[in-house]
Design a protein around this ligand. Sequence first.
Ligand SMILES: Nc1ncnc2c1ncn2[C@@H]1O[C@H](COP(=O)(O)OP(=O)(O)OP(=O)(O)O)[C@@H](O)[C@H]1O
Ligand SMILES: [Mg+2]
Length: 209
Amino acid sequence: MIYAVMNQKGGVGKTTLSLALAACLARTGARVLLIDADPQGSALDWAAARQRDPLFSVVGFPRPTIHKEIAHIGQGYDHIVIDGPPRVTDLARSAIMAADCVVIPVQPSPYDIWAAEEVVKLIEEARVFKENIKSAFVVNRKITNTAIGRDVADVLANYPIQVLKATVTQRVIFAESAAQGLAVFEIDPTGPAAAEIEAVAAELKEYSK
Ligand SMILES: Nc1ncnc2c1ncn2[C@@H]1O[C@H](COP(=O)(O)OP(=O)(O)OP(=O)(O)O)[C@@H](O)[C@H]1O
Ligand SMILES: [Mg+2]
C-alpha cells in the first residue's frame, strides 16, 4: 500500500503523521519505506537524529517524478509512506499520483479547513487518471473537550473525502519524540498518543484495503 500524507498548508502534521504511520506499519514486521518528498527534509532530519536501529527506511525524493519512479524506488517494500511538501504543487501532484491512499492531516481551525480545499482539488484532478484513489482526512492537534474539535469533522464531511473517526490530540510527546528520532510508542508504549496513532493506522489500513 502506498500512502501519501499531503496538505498544501504548512505545519499541519504531515511529517508527524507520516513518521507515526510508518512506525506503526513497521512495528508489525512489515518492510516500510518512508519517502521524504519535501525539500525541507524533515523526515530525513528525524532519521538523522535517531540513535537506535532504524524502524523503517527513509529516503529523500523531492522531485515531481515520484509517480514515475515509485515502482522502482519501492521495490521490496510492503508499504510506502510519502511525506508530502507544503505549497509546491508539482511535487504534491506527483506524490498524489503515486499514492493508493492520500492521507490529509487537518488541524481543527477554520483556516485549516478552508485551506484543505487546495489538496481536495489536486485529488479530484488525479481522479481523472486514477479512478480508485482513496483519500481520508485525519484531524490532528485536536484539543480535548473543545467545540471546534467536535465540529471540525462535521464541516469536513462536506468534502468528497472520508473523515477518519480516529483523531490525534495535541500532545507535547509528538515534538519530544521527534527531536530524538523516535516514534511515540518507543517513549511511551502504553500512553494515549501511541494508542491514538495505532487507531489512526488501523482505521487507515481498513479503509484503504
Ligand atoms: N498532535 C500534535 N501534538 C503536538 N504537536 C504536534 C502535533 N502534530 C504536529 N505537531 C507539531 O507541529 C509542528 C508541525 O508539524 P509537522 O512538521 O508534522 O507538520 P508538517 O505538515 O509536516 O509541516 P510542513 O508543512 O512544514 O512540512 C511540529 O513542531 C510538530 O512537532
Ligand atoms: Mg513536513
